[in-house]
Design a binder for this molecule. Structure first.
Ligand code: PMP
Length: 297
């Protein structure tokens, strides 16, 4: 994949700079110890042709929360960063984009708190994350990080070594994606997405505590509320998934992506016959600002 070329512009600490010319300090605490926090945001070309960042406020509030959870200095306002993001998109002529803000640390080989942090906002043309086809998902041999060992609700870079290991394992075994349990053996989430399953007309998803509380996950709750679909947070195991009518991953990049099978056991219902499929369509219409009547769900 190409993320930038000689013309790409990024935002860096208040300035707009050429991505190709920006350098990073190789003595940064972030690089050596995975000590940085980031966001994954999407912008869309809406039905009326405008550029719209989906849930920009929620994402920048989470970035600030992530920084606070790992004791990183943070001195940017939500509105300032939203403006900077629109400006970065515009300077790169992008509408359907993936947006990656990153807050990172200066040169520091100790474990001490820093007096400064830096921010970049990088944008690139959206490329399919998990694709449009139904996924063959594998129960991972990796668990999600221990929430007593990490600030699991922070979107911290170091946590993603776990995601990389799980995703690589699943792909090496011929699956599309991994599903990870928490340290107690209950289903937690995918490497970069939350999970829901559907049984007898109702949706279920793990509670917060061992997962990244996804903004897409919260959006699914809103969509269900508007259309009278029942959804419940509860702990469940991979055995429950083997009897599910449907299951899906959801996340900013993944959007809503249905499963074909879990550990080679097919989902009970055809994807097109499920409530989950209706949620998938409703999500797409929401982000592109097409008008939907909740009652048509
Ligand atoms: N869990 C993990 C581990 C993630 O990386 C992501 C993607 N940010 C999600 C869940 C979904 O979060 P969101 O809907 O906010 O993108």
């Amino acid at each position: 994949a190409t993320y930038y070329d000689n013309n790409t512009i990024l935002y860096h600490n208040g300035s707009f700079l050429k991505a190709a010319e920006l350098t990073m300090d190789l003595y940064s605490q972030s690089l050596h110890y995975g000590y940085s926090v980031f966001e994954g945001i999407r912008s869309y070309r809406t039905a009326s042709g405008e550029t719209r960042i989906f849930k920009a406020t929620e994402h920048y509030e989470r970035l600030e929360r992530s920084a606070a959870l790992v004791n990183m200095p943070y001195h940017w306002s939500v509105n300032q960063l939203i403006d900077a993001t629109y400006e970065t998109l515009s300077r790169n002529n992008l509408q359907d984009a993936y947006i990656r803000p990153l807050v990172y640390a200066p040169a520091n080989m100790s474990f001490n708190v820093n007096t400064e942090s830096y921010i970049t906002i990088q944008v690139w043309e959206m490329q399919p994350f998990l694709g449009d086809k139904l996924l063959r998902v594998m129960g991972s041999s990796f668990q999600r990080p221990n929430p007593r060992g990490f600030r699991i609700e922070a979107k911290a870079s170091g946590h993603y070594v776990n995601s990389i290991l799980a995703s690589q394992e699943a792909k090496a075994k011929g699956y599309d994606e991994a599903l990870l349990n928490d340290i107690n053996g209950f289903v937690a989430e995918g490497p970069g997405a939350n999970i829901f399953f559907e049984k007898n007309g109702k949706l279920y998803t793990p509670p917060t505590g061992n997962i990244l509380p996804g903004i897409t996950r919260a959006t699914i709750f809103e969509l269900c509320g508007e259309s009278g679909i029942e959804v419940e947070e509860k702990l469940f195991t991979t055995e429950d998934l083997k009897q599910a009518d449907a299951a899906f991953f959801c996340g900013t990049a993944a959007e809503v992506v249905g499963w074909q099978s879990f550990d080679d056991v097919p989902m009970v219902k055809e994807w097109n016959d499920t409530i989950s499929r209706k949620i998938q369509l409703a999500y797409k219409e929401l982000v592109t600002e097409k008008i939907t009547e909740p009652s048509t769900l």
